[in-house]
Design a protein around this ligand. Structure first.
Ligand SMILES: C[S@@+](CC[C@H](N)C(=O)[O-])C[C@H]1O[C@@H](n2cnc3c(N)ncnc32)[C@H](O)[C@@H]1O
Length: 393
C-alpha cells in the first residue's frame, strides 16, 4: 500500500498533541512536528472536513526540536508521548499556548498579557517521573504500549518517563497473557505493586495489593491502581496552589468535590472549619476516612457530586475545591456550586477544554477567573494540570 504523502508548512499547536497545517484548503492535524516547521507527512486518517498525518521527514526543523530520548517515540511507534522531540522548556510553551487558546475560544477569557510561561515545571526533569504505568500485552505475551490511535501493541525495552522504581520491576522481561493489561504503581512511601487484568476494562486477576502514600502529614493505604496524582511532586504543587487561591480562614466551610481519598481536604482542614469531601468511589472514601480519622472537622459523603449537591440541605459553603475527571464538572454541578455563593472556588483541571467550558459557565453565572496556575505534571506528553481561581464578579 502506498501511503499518501504531503509536504506541509506547520502552523500553530492545537489541543491533543499535534499542530495544525493546511493542504489545498483542508485542515491537517499533524503529529511529531512543531510550529514553523516544513515537513513531509504521511496521511494516517481521512475524516469529513480534516486529515490526520504523521510528520516522517523534517525539511525545515524548528529550533525547539531535539533528538527524542526514547527510541520508541515517533511516527508509527509508541503513542504514549507526544512531545519527546521537543526541548522541555518549549513543551511548556506549547502547553501554555494550548491553555490560552482553549480559555480564549471556549472560555471567553481574554486577559493573558505577559503569560508566556504560564505552565510551570515540577522538580525532577522530563524523564523518570511517572508513578502509574499501564502496559498493554501483545499476541506473543510481551508488554508494551499502544501505537497512537490504534490497538496495536509496541513492545518496549523500558519506558523512559516511568519512575525508576517502575523501570526496576521485571514486567518487560516476563511473558503475560495475550491481550492483558499490566498496571504498575510506585508510591511516595516507597511501595511498588503490579495488578493484571485480562483486558483493559476487566476486573483485576487476583486480590489487589494495598500501597501506602504519604502527603500533608498523613498516610493513606490505597488499592494499587486507585486514583492518586501521577507525578511525584504533583500533590505538593497542587495543594500549595489550591491553598494559595482559597486562602482559608478559621471557621470557613469547605467542600472538596471529586475529592478521591481527601488529599485537598487534608491540606485545608487545619486552616478552616468543617471540610466535606464528596467522592463516588467506595474504596477511595474508605481509604480517606481511615487516613484522616484524626482530622475531626473532615467528613466524607459518598456519592455522585451532582446528586449530592442537588440536596437542598447542603446550604452554606465558603470555599470549594473542584477536581473533576477529564470530562469536567458540567453545568448542573457549576450551577449547584454558584447557588451556594462560595467566596472562592479552586478548580483543578486535567483537561483544558473541559476546564474552559466550565469557566464559561461560571462566567455566565457571575463568577470570573481571578487566578490561574498551571503545572507540567506530565512532561513529554501533551497533558498538564491547570488550577484556576473563580470568585464572584
Ligand atoms: C481527578 S480525580 C481527583 C481525586 C482527588 N481530588 C485527588 O487529587 O486525589 C477525580 C475523582 O472524582 C471521582 N469521580 C468521578 N466522577 C464522579 C462523580 N460524578 N461524583 C463523585 N466523584 C466522582 C473519581 O473517583 C476520582 O476519585
Amino acid at each position: 500500500m502506498i501511503l499518501e504523502q504531503l509536504e506541509l508548512e506547520i502552523g500553530p499547536v492545537a489541543h491533543g498533541g499535534f499542530c495544525v497545517a493546511r493542504h489545498e484548503g483542508q485542515v491537517v492535524f499533524v503529529r511529531h512536528t512543531l510550529p514553523g516547521e516544513r515537513v513531509r507527512a504521511v496521511v494516517t486518517e481521512r475524516r469529513k472536513g480534516f486529515l490526520r498525518a504523521d510528520a516522517v521527514e523534517v525539511l525545515l526543523p524548528s529550533p525547539d526540536r531535539v533528538i527524542p530520548p526514547c527510541p520508541f517515540a515517533g511516527p508509527g511507534a509508541c503513542g504514549g508521548c507526544d512531545w519527546q522531540h521537543v526541548a522541555w522548556p518549549a513543551q511548556r510553551a506549547l502547553k501554555t499556548q494550548v491553555l490560552i487558546e482553549q480559555l480564549t475560544r471556549l472560555g471567553g477569557v481574554t486577559d493573558f498579557s505577559d503569560r508566556s510561561d504560564l505552565v510551570e515545571p515540577l522538580p525532577g526533569g522530563p524523564l523518570s517521573w511517572r508513578t502509574r504505568v499501564q502496559y498493554a500485552v501483545d499476541g506473543e505475551g510481551r508488554a508494551g504500549f499502544h501505537r497512537a490511535r490504534s490497538s496495536d501493541v509496541i513492545p518496549v525495552d523500558r519506558c523512559r518517563i516511568a519512575h525508576p522504581a517502575i523501570q526496576a520491576l521485571p514486567i518487560l522481561d516476563e511473558r503475560w497473557p495475550a491481550g492483558a493489561t499490566v498496571e504498575a504503581t510506585a508510591t511516595s512511601a516507597g511501595d511498588t505493586a503490579v495488578v493484571t487484568r485480562a483486558s483493559r476494562t476487566g476486573p483485576p486477576a487476583g486480590p489487589v495489593p494495598q500501597v501506602r502514600e504519604h502527603a500533608a502529614g498523613h498516610e493513606w493505604r490505597l488499592d494499587a491502581g486507585g486514583f492518586w496524582q501521577v507525578h511525584p511532586h504533583a500533590v505538593a504543587a497542587f495543594t500549595g496552589a489550591v491553598l494559595e487561591q482559597l486562602a482559608p480562614e478559621p471557621g470557613e466551610r469547605a467542600w472538596d468535590l471529586y475529592g478521591g481519598a481527601g488529599v485537598f481536604a487534608a491540606a485545608l482542614a487545619p486552616l478552616c472549619g468543617p471540610v466535606t469531601v464528596v467522592e463516588s468511589d467506595r474504596r477511595a472514601v474508605a481509604a480517606g476516612r481511615r487516613a484522616l480519622r484524626d482530622l475531626t472537622n473532615v467528613t466524607f459523603a459518598r456519592g455522585d457530586v451532582a446528586q449530592v449537591l442537588a440536596n437542598p440541605s447542603w446550604r452554606r459553603v465558603d470555599l470549594v475545591v473542584l477536581d473533576p475527571p477529564r470530562s469536567g464538572a458540567g453545568r448542573a454541578v457549576v450551577e449547584a456550586i454558584v447557588a451556594r455563593s462560595p467566596r472562592a472556588v479552586s478548580y483543578v483541571a486535567c483537561d483544558p477544554a473541559a476546564f474552559a467550558r466550565d469557566v464559561r459557565t461560571f462566567g455566565e453565572l457571575g463568577y470570573e477567573l481571578t487566578g490561574l496556575r498551571a503545572f507540567d505534571s506530565f512532561p513529554m506528553t501533551q497533558h498538564f494540570e491547570t488550577i484556576g481561581k473563580l470568585t464572584p464578579r
